[in-house]
Design a protein around this ligand. Structure first.
Ligand SMILES: Nc1ncnc2c1ncn2[C@@H]1O[C@H](COP(=O)(O)OP(=O)(O)OP(=O)(O)O)[C@@H](O)[C@H]1O
Ligand SMILES: [Mg+2]
Length: 232
C-alpha cells in the first residue's frame, strides 16, 4: 500500500529573534506524513510543538529548510498565497475553540467556505452536514455560549472538516475539556481517521497521543522518536 505523502518537512529550522537575542526553536526537523495517517506530536513544554504546528498549518514559515504540503512547496510562499493554502488544504482545531460568539453554530462552520468563495446556497447545506457528522445536527442555530465546551469543540471540528481539507491539525484540542468531552472529541477524531482523513494532533498528554497510529516525539526542537502506536 503506497499512499501519497501529504506533509514533507526537510531540515526545517525556526529561529525566533527578539532584539539581539536569537532562539532556535526547531533545529532541523525532517518528517513526512502520508495520506490517511493519524499522527500525534508529543513533547514537553517548550520543546517546539506549537512552533511546528504553526509551520505545518502555514501560519508561519521556516527560517530554513523546506516544507511541501500536498506536493506544493509552501516554505517560500508569500502571506497571501499561504492564506489560500491554509483555507484550501488545512482544517484547524485549537485548544480555545476559536468560535465567533455572536454567530450560530452553522454560521461559524460555513466561514471557511465563505473565504473559499463557495456559493451561499451550498454553504448552509455543507455546514449543516458537517454539524450532523459531529452529532450536532440539532444544534445548528445555537450560539457558542449556548453550547457546552465539548459541543463547542465539536463545532470547531465541523468547521475544520467542512472544506474537506488535506489535513486536520489539532493543537491540544482536549486541553480545555473535561474527561467526557475529551472522549467525545477523541472519538470523533477516531471516526474521521477511519473515514480516511489525515490528522495531526499536538498534545502533551500521553493517553491522548496513544489514540493516534504514530507518535512523533519532539525535544528541544528535534524529533527524537518516531514510533507506531501499538493497538491496546
Ligand atoms: N515568538 C517567540 N519569540 C521567542 N521565542 C519563542 C517564540 N515562540 C516560542 N518561543 C520559544 O520557542 C520554544 C518552543 O516554543 P513552543 O511554543 O513551540 O513550545 P511548545 O512545545 O508548544 O510548548 P507548550 O507545551 O508549553 O505549548 C520555547 O522555548 C519558547 O520560549
Ligand atoms: Mg504549545
Amino acid at each position: 500500500m503506497s499512499r501519497e505523502i501529504v506533509v514533507a518537512l526537510s531540515g526545517v529550522r525556526k529561529t525566533y529573534r527578539s532584539g539581539s537575542i536569537e532562539f532556535e526553536a526547531l533545529r532541523g526537523v525532517d518528517m513526512s506524513i502520508a495520506e490517511g495517517e493519524y499522527v500525534a506530536v508529543v513533547g514537553p513544554s517548550g520543546s517546539g510543538k506549537s512552533t511546528l504546528m504553526n509551520i505545518l498549518g502555514c501560519l508561519d514559515v521556516p527560517t530554513d529548510g523546506s516544507y511541501h504540503l500536498g506536493g506544493e512547496d509552501v516554505s517560500t510562499m508569500t502571506e497571501a498565497d499561504l492564506a489560500v493554502v491554509r483555507n484550501r488544504r488545512i482544517g484547524f482545531v485549537f485548544q480555545q475553540f476559536n468560535l465567533l460568539p455572536s454567530l450560530p453554530a452553522w454560521r461559524n462552520v460555513e466561514l471557511p467556505l465563505v473565504y473559499a468563495g463557495v456559493h451561499r446556497s451550498e454553504r448552509r447545506d455543507r455546514a449543516v452536514e458537517a454539524l450532523t457528522r459531529v452529532g450536532l445536527g440539532d444544534r445548528t442555530d445555537n450560539r457558542p455560549g449556548e453550547l457546552s465546551g465539548g459541543q463547542q469543540q465539536r463545532v470547531a471540528v465541523a468547521r475544520a472538516l467542512v472544506t474537506e481539507p488535506d489535513i486536520i491539525l489539532a493543537d491540544e484540542p482536549t486541553g480545555n475539556l473535561d474527561s467526557a468531552s475529551t472522549e467525545a472529541v477523541l472519538g470523533l477524531l477516531d471516526e474521521l481517521h477511519e473515514s480516511g482523513r489525515t490528522i495531526v494532533l499536538i498534545t502533551h498528554e500521553h493517553d491522548v497521543a496513544a489514540r493516534a497510529n504514530r507518535n512523533l516525539t519532539i525535544r528541544d526542537g528535534l524529533i527524537t522518536a518516531d514510533e507506531p502506536v501499538m493497538a491496546s
